[in-house]
Each structure stands twice: as C-alpha cells, then as structure tokens.
Design a protein around this ligand. Structure first.
Ligand code: BES
Ligand code: MN
Ligand code: ZN
Length: 521
C-alpha cells in the first residue's frame, strides 16, 4: 500500500485547508458553574492568508462550542470559504501548555483519518498552525512526529480478504507556510522511512501463522532487504544443527515446519568498527508445545514473532537512512508445536555454547531460542546487544500495552535507551534483574531450568534466564514487547488488535545518535 505523499508548499491546489487549533483555557467565572463546557476557543494565530478568514470561524465556534480543540478532535466545515479554499478542516491540539510531540503525532493521525473518512484525496495544511508554539529547535522533531502519525494511521491489514473492504486512500498532504528547509524536509523524510519500516514489521505480525511460518518469515524479510545495503543470510535446519543451536532445534522439533536462523548485516562504518547486535524472538506461532496453552485467545500467538519483525524493521530503517554504524540482526525463528517429536517437560537440551537447560515448561520457549541467538551474536564481539521478544504474559499484566518492559546489565546503555524513549514517545519501563530471581531457575539435573514453579516476577525471571547466556562484559538490554507489540487498546495511529511495530522508532533514534555518543564499552 503506497503511503500518501507529503509535500512542502507544492503548487498543487487543493480544495481543503486544514488548521491545527489549540484548545483555549477557560477560567470558570465564580458561581457560574457549568460555563466552562460552553465556551469555544478564540481565534488562534495563523501565519498565512488564513488568519483574517479564520477569525470568523472562531466567532461561530464561540456560539455553539461543538469543536473545542481537544486532542484528536476534528471537524470538517464543508463550503466554508477561507483563504481561497472551499472547505476548512480544524484539528484539535489540546491546551498549548500541554502540547507535546506525542500530541503532534496524534494530531497527524486524526487529520489522516478524517481525510479518509470524508474522502478528501488531497489536503493542504498550514504547518504554522501547529509548529508556531514550539521553539524553533524543536520544530523538526514535532514535524516528524506529525508526519509519523499521519502516515502510520493509514496502515491496514487486508491481504487475505477476497473482498477488500472499500477504503478510501488519501494521496496528498501539502504543508503550507513552512519553507522546505533541509531540516524540516529531512524530518518528513525520516518519518516516511520509519513508517515504511514499521508498516513492514506490522504486516509480518498481522499475518496468520500459516502465512508466516519460519521459512516464509525468512523469505519475506529477505525479499524486503533486496535493494538495500543489508546482506541477508538464512540458516536452514541442517545448518542450525551444524551450528549446535540445540535450544532453537529443541523448540522447533515438535513442528512439521523447520526452524530458521536469519542473519542481517548492514555495514555503514569501517570494517574495524564492532557491530551493534540486535536479537529477535521469531516464534511464528506459539501453541505452548506439550505444555499446551488454553484455547482462549490463542490466536494472538501469531504475534509471537514481533521481536523478529522489530529487528527487521530497525535494520531496514537504519540502512535506508544510511546510518554510519555497523549493525547486525539475528532472528531465531521456529514454530512451537506439540507434535510427536516435541520436546517434553523434563527433557534436557544443550545450547550452542554447551550450557544445559532442563525444559520444565515447553511454553517458556522464547527464552530458549533467544539464548542460542544471544550466544551466536556474541561471536562477533559486538559493542552491545539489544534483544526484542514477546516474552512473558507477566509483562502484559504489569504494563499492558502502554510500555515495553526493559532490563539489562549496563546502566549507560539503559539510560541511552531511556533518552531515546523520551525523544520518540515510545515508553519503556525498567524491571529489575535481582539475583534472587535466579534461585528459582536452579535445576537439579542441568545448569539451569527454563521456568520456575511460581509465577511471580515472571518477566524478571525470564530476563534473568537470558542474562545467564550473556557474557557480563557485553552491554545488553532485553526488551519484553509482549504487551506493547500488539495493541490491546486503541491509540489513534495504532488500532487495537493489530501489531504496533513498537521499538523501531526508539531504536532507530538510538542508532542515529550512536556515533556522536560513542561506544558504550
Ligand atoms: N509468547 C508467550 C508470552 C506472551 C503471552 C506473549 C501473552 C504475548 C501475550 C511466551 O512464550 C510464554 O508462553 N510465556 C509464558 C512463560 C511461562 C511458561 C514461564 C508465560 O508468560 O506465561
Ligand atoms: Mn510460550
Ligand atoms: Zn512465546
């Protein structure tokens, strides 16, 4: 699906002008009770020809107050001539003092969704109406966020419908009253690159399990990396066995679908620069294996490869931006099924580097495939490792879809991730890796067991298991996206029940600033 184009003061004439509108703070006069809800915003400042015409709108709004300028609020005034346009769209920005890049993103999405609903193929928007209130240095970041929301909102997954629901596709957003300065057009360009990568990642997640087996995931990623500077290498079953990835093999052995191990390499820096390693959990479907999951909502387990999709998305964004770093992605893909050859509770499996694991629960399979991938990633002596996984139900209980659970062994790397989180509005929440959690994973027959008998602190125990396979010298952060990777609550640019592609914006921001910040080691 082609994204609409975003242009700067293009000559193309549109019928409709869109204006961002801040909500006016209204002092409630003493003793007059409900007056607050009745008062509409007064005319905001616009910088184009629109200003005089818009004062008229403000007067009319004052009279009926059906549009107040709250975040995500939109209204189309058909046949309201202003500044040479036939129609006007107002989109709410909220109170000026609460204006933020996240609200800019949501405003962009609200504008797109209105355009789609009202079948307005092309629209012009006075960019000053939403940029004027942030300081000049912040304008590119706010514009980027606005464009991200605008472009993300158009995502739909309809590949498998024979009768596609009719859905109107807007084609143009023309931004007025901003010069196409290099910074602002770069910001809009970045938004496009990010959204292309994010939407690819979302579409991988939304594919049902039978349309995204480990082999199909590998092929889809390989196809998407063609024409970029990413080299894609795929290990089949025989190769995985030769590499002695016993834990990945073990998870895959109950399925008729063979596992895959995918390596993505992007070189944007000199050969002597150590790579940054990204690792992703790619369980194409998680039935739980012999420790079978209950049937309620089991279909959600098609999203158990969003970690893999995140790695692919970040690689694509970094390569298309030409970032001056070396970046390697490792994806461990398998289908977790209870077939006759499946591993059983009590079985002991051996990781690539020879560590033995007692499988006490075959549903704790993500940590197993990640352990082999982490060990493999360490062979290249990376500057750091970041892994992404829909790892635990416990993180959904703790954080919902509102944040990614993060844990790690390196405060500096963690604080960089938190800074990128603030800059991109993708929330992370740190969970601890106290040594106590490790005591639950002591096995009487192997080096470690893969799950504890008790369910408490499930996300931290899973993190602790991963840490057991990470060289303490390697800065490492684990991102549990079980809650944030698939939305359980609508957010205007992310519909509920679909993949979000979360952590691609955050990680790309981290990588963009990497060269300036220097290595963490
Ligand atoms: N893929 C699941 C985690 C998950 C749960 C993701 C809900 C998204 C939504 C993972 O493989 C799993 O089954 N984890 C178990 C671990 C337990 C057996 C120790 C869990 O969280 O229940
Ligand atoms: Mn599982
Ligand atoms: Zn899983």
């Amino acid at each position: 699906m082609a994204l609409p184009s975003i242009e700067f003061s293009s000559k193309e004439k549109t019928d409709t002008l869109a204006l961002g509108w801040f909500q006016q703070k209204v002092e409630t006069p003493k003793g007059k009770g409900k007056a607050k809800d009745k008062v509409a915003p007064s005319a905001p400042q616009f910088f184009g020809k629109a200003h005089a015409d818009v004062e008229g709108i403000a007067k009319r709004l004052k009279a009926d107050a059906h549009f107040q300028g709250k975040p995500r609020e939109v209204v189309l005034l058909r046949y309201y001539p202003a500044a040479g346009f036939s129609h006007v769209v107002l989109f709410g920005l909220g109170l000026a003092e609460k204006w933020s890049s996240e609200l800019a993103r949501q405003a962009g999405a609200a504008l797109y969704l209105l355009q789609r609903q009202e079948r307005l193929a092309k629209i012009s928007c006075d960019a000053q109406s939403f940029l004027a209130k942030c300081d000049k240095a912040q304008a590119p970041r706010f514009l980027q966020a606005f464009c991200e929301g605008y472009l993300l909102a158009g995502y739909e997954y309809a590949d498998l419908r024979t009768q596609r629901p009719e859905s109107f596709q807007p084609t143009l957003l023309n931004l007025l009253n901003v010069d196409k300065s290099t910074e602002l057009s770069a910001a809009a360009g970045k938004a496009r690159v990010l959204v292309e990568a994010i939407n690819f990642s979302r579409s991988l997640g939304d594919r049902p399990g039978n349309y995204a087996t480990p082999a199909l995931i590998a092929n889809l990623i390989q196809k998407e990396t063609k024409g970029t500077k990413i080299k894609c290498t795929i290990f089949d079953r025989a190769r995985i066995q030769r590499e002695k990835m016993g834990l990945l093999m073990g998870v895959g052995q109950g399925s008729a679908e063979d596992p895959r191990f995918i390596i993505l390499e992007y070189k944007g820096a000199g050969a002597s620069v150590a790579p940054i390693a990204l690792v992703g959990k790619g369980i194409s479907f998680d039935t739980g294996g012999i420790s079978l999951k209950p049937s309620a909502k089991m279909e959600e387990m098609k999203y158990d490869m969003m970690g893999a999709a995140t790695v692919a998305g970040v690689m694509l964004a970094a390569a298309r931006m030409g970032l001056p770093i070396n970046l390697t992605g490792y994806i461990a893909a398998a289908e977790n099924m209870p077939g006759s050859k499946a591993q059983k509770p009590g079985d002991v499996m051996t990781s690539m580097n020879g560590k033995t694991v007692e499988i006490t629960n075959t549903d704790a399979e993500g940590r197993l495939v990640l352990a082999d991938a982490l060990e493999y990633a360490q062979k290249s002596k990376p500057q750091c490792i970041i892994d992404y996984a829909t790892l635990t139900g416990a993180v959904v209980i703790a954080l919902g879809s509102a944040a990614t659970g993060v844990m790690g062994n390196h405060p500096e790397l963690m604080s960089r991730i938190k800074e990128s989180s603030l800059a991109t509005d993708e929330r992370v929440w740190e969970l601890p890796l106290f040594d106590e959690y490790g005591e639950f994973l002591k096995s009487s027959v192997a080096d470690i067991k893969n799950s504890s008998d008790a369910r408490d602190a499930g996300s931290s125990k899973a993190g602790w298991f991963l840490q057991f396979f990470v060289d303490p010298e390697v800065p490492w952060v684990h991102c549990d996206i079980a809650g944030s990777g698939m939305l359980r609550q609508d957010k205007n640019y992310f519909p509920r029940g679909f993949a979000s592609g979360v952590m691609i914006r955050l990680t790309t921001h981290l990588l963009e600033s990497w060269k300036k910040l220097g290595s963490v080691r």
